[in-house]
Every structure is written in structure tokens, then in C-alpha cells.
Design a protein around this ligand. Structure first.
Ligand code: AMP
Ligand code: GLY
Length: 425
């Protein structure tokens, strides 16, 4: 079959890498893709939110299945666009409807959903311009720290954790009254701070059945020891060593099953991935966030641990036959270490020459922010490459990723040398 993947990061390179291994797959296209995907698929220069152009391309190239990598097109309703068009509605879209994508696109929607179905999450209230004064009073009597979340998509920057009331009041004012994140922060969710270790769970669903993918832990902060600014993710590991059978059963019973049955009860059309960000508080899982897609860089450790062909599972979603498939998890350990440009996640330079990628033999090098200029590989983003290793134990996998992270070179290269540190020292 012919498959189109939307996106251009390490996650989409990992999708192309996994799907390429399927005997069911004839042609793979990635829009817009990157120099990594161009080695195994055909890159197509189409903007992610140009649904008409994407639709025309699908018709012209006889696309059977389209996998949507990032959240933006999903939150903007690409699924609904395809379903409503007669010439496109035969295509299998991997990704939820616009309403389903609100689990990520609106914190307020997600919190209400969890409340409706008794899914454990931090207690909260939401406020907007009309309830602004109530919000001020609520903050003044809140325990510290206070978590403020812009309701809508804010490029991963919409969550602020405040350690004193004045800081919370200032952020609340900036979000609601000064449009800090534009329309995304006209409503703000204020929630209880939860303390514990975070991990990420990934579920594939056809809206009725589900299948659990390998879990992961990512490292979001720029600095070692989890210090400094939040990033898109500096590295990840899978499996997560602290995950006991008992804790996993709690996640399934208290979170995954009520989420799937909640989608069904609300008649939400959801055929795709659910990424559940969890926090472990005294051995009880709480949902920090839902995402309507796979994670990046989590996909770069999750997919290498799936032993079977993913294409039949994805293809079964449209006819709601996921129950006749399984996802086989490898017993091996995967790690990924992300190389970033100097200055990231703030301003950074692009166009630096990347050396020695072709010399790496014992890791998979997934491209993210790279560019090919007349055969020369250059940096073209904050997160440049993700170096994934898969070995019998975590320490070995990390050692190889770190060795190769040192070998690959570009001016201003930075990576965290402590990915997985808490489980290997
Ligand atoms: P999000 O954008 O929702 O993933 O939030 C970004 C990060 O903020 C999460 O990965 C957590 O580390 C942190 N966070 C969000 N909500 C809470 C909370 N209620 N308690 C503690 N930390 C939180
Ligand atoms: N690594 C976090 C995310 O993909 O949202």
C-alpha cells in the first residue's frame, strides 16, 4: 500500500523507518520530511495545514493510509476534512477527529473529560476574562506551587509552575488579560501541583479496542540534573525501570480503560495514538496531560521496541478490528540522546555542517532539524538528531548512544550526558 506520513521531525523519521520494514508497504511519502526520511522514502514539499493540497496529493498518488505525526493538523481537523470529502474518505487516517484531538488541543476539555470518567488527575478550576476576579481570589488562597496552564496549544510553552502567589498572579494576568499565548490562554486551567516521577504511555485505539505500545520516559529540561528550561525533549528511554506490574495494572484499569470507554460514551471518533503523560504519586498514576499523537523523542525509543509489523495494526483501525492484532514488545532496552543546537530552546543558529553521521553503525540516527544543501548535511533546527541504541540492558544502550553523540559533530553541538542517569548509577 501507499503511505503518506505528515511531519518533519525525528518522530516522523522513526515512523518511516518502522513502516519501511513492512512487506505491505509499497511507497512511502513524507510531507515535508527531512534528509533522514529522504533516504528511505520520498519527501514531498507540502505544508502541514494545507489540507486541500494534501488531499490532492493523496488522490494523485493513490495513498491508502495517511499517518499524522504532529498535533497541529489534527487539532485543526484534518481527519474531518478527509472524512467529509467523497474522493478522500476511503483513505485510512491515523489520527483522531477534531473533537478527539481536543484531548490535547484544550486542557479544559481534557480536564472535564477526566472528571466525567473519574480518571485520576490533579484537582483544578478554570478561569477566563469573565471570571478573572474569581481566579485572583482562587490563586490567593491556593497552596504552593501553583500550576497554570493555557487552555489551547502553545507550542509546549503553555504550562507555568509558580512557586509564589505574586508570580502566579502575574502569569495569570499575562495569560488571560495580555494574551501571552494569544487565544490559547484566554482560558487558563489552574491546578494542584503533583510531585512524583513522570512517564509516558502510548495507546493505539480504533475507538473501541486498544493496544498498548512500549512505555517511555523522556527528559524535558535542557540541563543535566533536570535543570533549566523545558525543551521538546532531550532524550528518552524505554522500558521505564520503575514500572512494576502492579503500577501498570493501575494505569490500565484507572486510566486507559476509562479513557477508551469515555471516548466511546461521548461518541468521539478516535482512530489513532493517545499519548498519556503520567505522574506517579505514592504508587498511584495521575494524568498530567493527553496528547493526540506520538511523542518526540519518545517514538524514537518506542518503535524500535515493537517487534512486529505496525502496518496491519494501523490499517485495522478504520474497520475497528484492532482486537485481532497484538503489539509485541521487545525485552531489549532502547535509549535515545538528542543533539541540539547551541542556544536551544531559546534562539539558536542554523546552517552548521554536520560531520560523521555516515560513520555511525551501531545506533540508528534519526534526523530532526537537518537540511541537505548540495549533498552537505547542515543543522536546520533546535533539535538536530536523535541517536537511538537498542541493547540488552539500559546501560549498554546509553553507552553506545553517548559514544555516538560524541562522535557526530557540528559547531555548537550540545547534548545531555545524564539521560537515564537515575537508573544506571
Ligand atoms: P504539559 O505541557 O501539560 O506536558 O506540562 C509540562 C510539564 O509540566 C509536565 O511534563 C510536568 O513536568 C509539569 N506539570 C504539568 N502539570 C503538572 C502538575 N499538575 N503537577 C506537577 N507538574 C506538572
Ligand atoms: N516529548 C514530549 C512530546 O512529544 O510532547
Amino acid at each position: 500500500m501507499n503511505i503518506l506520513i505528515l511531519g518533519s521531525g525525528g518522530r516522523e523519521h522513526a515512523f518511516a523507518w518502522k513502516i519501511k520494514q513492512s512487506p505491505l508497504c509499497k511507497n512511502i511519502f513524507v510531507a515535508p520530511g527531512n534528509p533522514g526520511t529522504s533516504q528511505i522514502a520520498t519527501n514531498v514539499s507540502i505544508a502541514l495545514n494545507d489540507f486541500e493540497e494534501i488531499g490532492n496529493f493523496c488522490v494523485a498518488q493513490h495513498i491508502d493510509m495517511m499517518i499524522v505525526g504532529p498535533e497541529d493538523p489534527l487539532v485543526n481537523g484534518i481527519y474531518d476534512y478527509f472524512i467529509q470529502k467523497e474522493k478522500l474518505n476511503h483513505i485510512h487516517i491515523i489520527g483522531p477527529s477534531k473533537q478527539g484531538a481536543m484531548l490535547e488541543g484544550s486542557k479544559s476539555f481534557a480536564k472535564q473529560f477526566m472528571q466525567d470518567f473519574n480518571i485520576p488527575t490533579a484537582s483544578y478550576r478554570e478561569f477566563n476574562n469573565e471570571t478573572y476576579d474569581e481566579g485572583i481570589q482562587y490563586i490567593k488562597q491556593h497552596t504552593l506551587p501553583i500550576v497554570l496552564k493555557a487552555d489551547g496549544l502553545a507550542a509546549g510553552k503553555g504550562v507555568v509552575i509558580c512557586n509564589n502567589i505574586d508570580e502566579a498572579l502575574l502569569n495569570f494576568e499575562e495569560m488571560v488579560q495580555k494574551n501571552k499565548f494569544g487565544k490559547a490562554s484566554s482560558t487558563v486551567v489552574i491546578e494542584q501541583f503533583l510531585e512524583g516521577i513522570e512517564s509516558s504511555f502510548f495507546v493505539l485505539t480504533d475507538g473501541e479496542h486498544y493496544c498498548i505500545l512500549p512505555e517511555a520516559k523522556d527528559y524535558k529540561r535542557i540541563g543535566e540534573g533536570d535543570k533549566g528550561l523545558n525543551t521538546g525533549g532531550m532524550g528518552a528511554i524505554s522500558p521505564v525501570p520503575f514500572l512494576t506490574n502492579d503500577y501498570e495494572q493501575k494505569i490500565i484499569q484507572k486510566i486507559i480503560e476509562p479513557t477508551i470507554s469515555g471516548l466511546k460514551q461521548k461518541n468521539i471518533d478516535y482512530k489513532g495514538f493517545i499519548f498519556i503523560g503520567l505522574i506517579n504519586v505514592a504508587n498511584e498514576p495521575f494524568v498530567i496531560e493527553y496528547n493526540c499523537r506520538m511523542g518526540d523523542p519518545e517514538t524514537e525509543v518506542v518503535f524500535p521496541r515493537i517487534e512486529n509489523d505496525l502496518v496491519p495494526l494501523l490499517y485495522s483501525l478504520k474497520s475497528k478490528q484492532l482486537d485481532s492484532h497484538k503489539c509485541i514488545h521487545s525485552a531489549k532496552h532502547a535509549s535515545t540522546v538528542v543533539l541540539v543546537s547551541k542556544g536551544y530552546p531559546e534562539e539558536y543558529e542554523k546552517g552548521k555542517r554536520i560531520l560523521h553521521v555516515q560513520d555511525i553503525k551501531d545506533s540508528i540516527v534519526f534526523h530532526a532539524g537537518t537540511k541537505d544543501l548540495n549533498g552537505e548535511l547542515l543543522t536546520n533546527g533546535g533539535r538536530v538528531l536523535a541517536i537511538t541504541s537498542i541493547e540488552n540492558n539500559l546501560k549498554e544502550a546509553l553507552d553506545i548512544s553517548f559514544k555516538n553523540a560524541t562522535q557526530i559533530d557540528f559547531e555548537g553541538k550540545y547534548f545531555r550526558k545524564d539521560i537515564g542517569w537515575e537508573f544506571t548509577t
